[in-house]
Structures are given as structure tokens and as C-alpha cells.
Design a binder for this molecule. Structure first.
Ligand code: FUL
Length: 498
């Protein structure tokens, strides 16, 4: 699927009350390399970004006229009458997602074809003109209600690209129309937790999007909502495979920015528009940040569909990703300092299909089995330069182990309660303190010497690594490099049955 990422957007508006630090920083002309590194280590998520990161698992529901035409991208010319689910049950969608451990769902309120899943006043091209519930249905309402009832987050996808709107191509009129749609969505359905703006845009009609105005509207009407992808709070990881980067920094450069705009805008709690493509392999290493004008907390979201396509197609019922594949995706998205956005497209009946349900249930079971026993629990912890060592095993991501003085390296040794057999390590930084760790190694004691088990670069909110099974009663984590004192929230060692 063609995904045109024109530009990336940053927010400079949110101050974390927790750390009294900002989610952006600027460099002065006379900053030394040491200043740059220190500044990078003190950029922290906004409260909205912190909440979002801790969700770990979110879901997409792609639903609309494409569900009934069998297409992935519509044309905008579809007859609304074709939208006619026979047994739609939004509570089933949300229940299935919640049972799989998903904490927030995003509904495609309008995809590129312009068909609206709510009875909007802005166009006739909506559920109101469909046969579903004799035109009296409101799918945004049904999904948002189910989310509230089941206490999970709710977000909306509103495609900027609209192939149906008569205004598309007229900058003023289309932006006004789009803002009206946004206003309806942000005022009629209670709390909205995420607003997702797609980067896909047709090339045949020129249309400018007034992003800054959209952001201001969202900040005003739903200040807690994170704005994703073509938005300032959450970054597209750069692929639609479910696999994030091995080295994933949530702190990335802001490029080509005017300092005066930033200063002015940050006071007014609005976002603005910098340049930069966020698809490279390396976004936040020292090499990158050294050349930057400033840095911003802009974490990665990893979107992928449970099926080959985004919309439901019967022919793909046998191509639903296996529970094992979903687990691998989990390791490479959530376990690579990202949030997974897994698409689960409901079918023509208006239900999540049995094949998807089975895969989701077994995926959840695999995760439950895997994380049932942390073999590090109850270990004796030793660290020559460590402070608050016990916090590394307290099960809380808001408390952390750190080091004395200015130490940016450390060794944490764990004497397990008894010998264990394991093949997974899970590490977490307390990101309320920023993202700091640049390199680590995990060793095990083989009875006579320390041997390397695995190694990695960034940790961030969560890092998961799988390796060949080892048996030992002693492991040690060596932090080899960190931008400031490492602030490690948790360490876990687990075993996947093979
Ligand atoms: C893409 C869109 O073109 C796809 O249809 C889908 O919505 C995906 C999540 O984003 O850019």
C-alpha cells in the first residue's frame, strides 16, 4: 500500500508535570557534545504520550464501504446503500480486542473514499444514507459506547484525503468541511484518546491541509488525545509490517525549525510543523542528534493488519496471521520501544471473524504463559554503584534503579532463587526520566565463568529479546553506555516453551 509521508510533525507544547521537564529541547550554538547528550537524556514524554506508551497494545477497526466492495481503497463514488452489515455488534469487536489484552481501539470513521460511519451533517455520503438500521445507525457511537462500557480507550481515524467530498481541491472550503467533521467527532462521543491522520494522499487533486488549525481544534476540544502519524505526538515507525527498529529512540531531532515560532507556539499550547522524514534506520543516535537544532519526544507506533489487507476480504479468512507470528510481532514492536496498532477488520456481517478470534485468543494465551513466571523475582541483587536496586524487581515501571554520582555504566548481578531455564529477557527504563541507555549486555554464569547471553542497544519503555535457552542461577546486566545515569525500571527473565 502506498503510504506517502510528506512531512513529520512535532509538538512543543506539553510539559511533564512529573519531571518538570519538557518533551522538547533546543540546542545553543555553543553547546558542547556533552551538553547535547545531557539535554537529549532529559527530554521526557508529555502526560498524553506517557499514557499512550503504557497501553502497549492498541487496535484498528478498518470498516466501511470497502468491506462490501472487496476493495482496499474505494473511489468515493460508492452507493451508500451497499453499506449493509447484517448482524453488526460493536460490543463484540471491543470485547474481542479487550480479551486479547488490547487497551485502546481506533475506528476508521472516514477512509479515503469519504464514506462517514456517523450521521454527519457535513455530507450525505454516510451511514444515514445506507440501509443499515434504516439509516438510523451511528457506528462511531456504538464503538465509542462499547469502549466506555468496557473501559478501554477510543480513538478515531479521519482520512484527510477524501475522494468523495465536493470541496476536495478547494483549500479553504475543504479545510472548513474537515474541521466540521472533526468537531462533530470530538464533541458528540465523549472522550477521544487518539486522533489518527493518515499520510496517504492522492496525487490527482491538489489540496493543502491546515494541520496547525486541526491540531489547535483537537487540543481545545480533547486536550488529552494524542495526535498520531500526521500529527505531533506519535510517529509512524515507517513500515506496515509490525516490525520496528532494533535501535529505537523516542527522542529524535527537530529539523529546519524557526526558534521564534517554537517559542511563540509552545506558550500557546499548540503544535506546529517542522520538516523531516522519519523513515531512516537511525533516527536518534548521537550521530543524528549532534547535527540537530533541537530534539523532541516523538515515539513510534507500529501498525500492521492481522490479515494481508486492511479491510476484510473473505478470501483472506485463511490468511490470518498465526498466534506465533503475532507473538513475533509483539516482540518486535512492543519489545522494541513501540506501541503496536494491530488492525482487526470486522466482516460483512459486522462481526470479527472466527479465524481472527481464534488467532487473537491463542496469541493472548501465548503471552500469558510466557510472562507468568519472572525467574528473576526474589533474586538477590548486587550492584557496586547502584542506588535503589530493589526497584528493579518491584513490578512497577514508575520506580527505578539508578547509579551513584555521574556513573553512566553499571553492572547489576542477580542471584536467582534457584537455577532456571529461560530464553527471554525484558528490560524497561523509567521513561519519566527520559530515554538514556545506548548499549547493554546480559551475561549468565555457566558455573565457572560469565558468558554473554545477548546484547542490545536502546531499551526505552520496553525491550524484549529472545535467545537460545540457557540454564543458570546467576545473570548480570551490564549497562555499557547511557546518556546520563541509567534509570532502569524493571528486569524480567522468562521462558517460551519451544
Ligand atoms: C494507509 C492507508 O492507505 C490504508 O488503507 C490503511 O488505512 C493504513 C492504515 O494506512 O496509509
Amino acid at each position: 500500500m502506498k503510504f506517502i509521508l510528506i512531512i513529520s510533525f512535532f509538538s512543543f507544547c506539553c510539559v511533564s508535570v512529573l519531571a518538570q521537564q519538557k518533551n522538547y529541547v533546543f540546542f545553543d550554538a555553543n553547546d558542547t557534545e556533552a551538553d547535547i547528550i545531557r539535554k537529549a537524556a532529559t527530554v521526557v514524554p508529555s502526560l498524553g504520550q506517557l499514557r499512550w506508551q503504557q497501553l502497549e497494545l492498541t487496535a484498528f477497526f478498518h470498516y466501511g464501504v470497502n468491506t462490501f466492495t472487496g476493495k482496499e481503497w474505494g473511489t468515493g463514488k460508492e452507493d451508500p446503500k451497499i453499506f449493509n452489515p447484517s448482524a453488526l455488534n460493536a460490543r463484540q469487536w471491543v470485547r474481542i480486542a479487550k480479551d486479547a489484552g488490547i487497551k485502546q481501539v481506533i475506528l476508521t470513521a472516514k477512509h479515503h473514499d469519504g464514506f462517514c460511519l456517523w450521521p454527519t451533517k457535513t455530507t450525505n455520503h454516510s451511514v444515514a444514507a445506507s440501509q443499515w438500521k434504516n439509516g438510523k445507525g451511528d457506528l462511531v457511537k456504538e464503538v465509542s459506547k462499547a469502549c466506555k462500557e468496557m473501559k478501554i480507550g477510543f480513538g478515531i481515524y479521519l482520512s484527510p484525503w477524501d475522494m468523495n467530498s465536493q470541496y476536495y481541491g478547494d483549500n479553504e472550503k475543504y479545510n472548513e468541511f474537515f474541521m466540521e467533521q472533526l468537531t462533530e467527532l470530538l464533541t458528540h462521543y465523549g472522550r477521544i484518546d487518539e486522533v489518527w491522520f493518515d499520510g496517504a494522499k492522492g496525487e490527482s487533486v491538489e489540496q493543502e491541509y491546515y494541520f496547525e488549525k486541526w491540531y489547535q481544534l483537537i487540543r481545545k476540544l480533547q486536550p488529552q488525545a494524542v495526535i498520531a502519524i500526521m500529527g505531533p505526538d506519535v510517529r509512524w515507525v515507517g513500515t506496515e509490517t509490525g516490525y520496528g527498529r532494533e535501535t529505537e529512540w523516542s527522542v529524535v531531532p527537530t529539523d529546519n525549525l524557526s526558534q521564534s515560532t517554537i517559542a511563540a507556539n509552545s506558550q500557546k499550547n499548540i503544535a506546529f510543523t517542522p520538516n523531516g522524514d522519519m523513515r531512516g534506520d537511525d533516527l536518534g543516535s548521537l550521530e543524528k542528534i549532534r547535527k540537530a537544532k533541537g530534539l523532541v519526544w516523538y515515539p513510534a507506533e507500529i501498525d500492521v493488519s492481522i490479515r494481508p489487507s486492511w479491510f476484510y476480504h473473505e478470501a483472506e479468512d485463511s490468511k490470518v496471521k498465526s498466534p506465533e507470528k503475532l507473538l513475533d510481532i509483539y516482540f518486535n514492536s512492543v519489545g522494541r520501544n513501540g506501541v503496536l496498532l494491530l488492525n482487526i477488520p470486522p466482516d460483512k456481517r459486522g462481526l470479527i471473524h472466527e479465524s481472527d478470534i481464534a488467532a487473537l485468543e491463542q496469541w493472548k494465551q501465548l503471552r500469558d504463559d510466557l510472562f507468568k513466571t519472572n525467574f528473576a523475582s526474589g533474586s538477590k541483587i548486587k550492584s557496586a554503584n547502584g542506588v535503589n536496586t530493589r526497584y528493579i524487581l518491584d513490578g512497577k515501571n514508575a520506580t527505578h534503579f539508578t547509579t551513584k554520582g555521574n556513573a553512566t555504566t553499571t553492572v547489576i548481578e542477580l542471584q536467582l532463587k534457584s537455577p532456571a531455564s529461560f530464553n527471554v529477557v525484558q528490560l524497561q527504563e523509567n521513561i519519566r526520566m527520559g530515554q538514556r541507555v545506548e548499549a547493554f549486555e546480559l551475561d549468565y554464569w555457566d558455573g565457572t565463568a560469565w558468558k554473554i547471553t545477548t546484547k542490545g542497544t536502546t531499551i526505552g519503555y520496553k525491550r524484549l529479546i529472545r535467545f537460545n535457552t540457557i540454564i543458570t542461577d546467576k545473570v548480570r546486566l551490564r549497562i555499557l553506555s547511557s546518556r546520563l545515569n541509567p534509570c532502569l525500571a524493571e528486569i524480567g527473565i522468562y521462558n517460551i516453551q519451544e
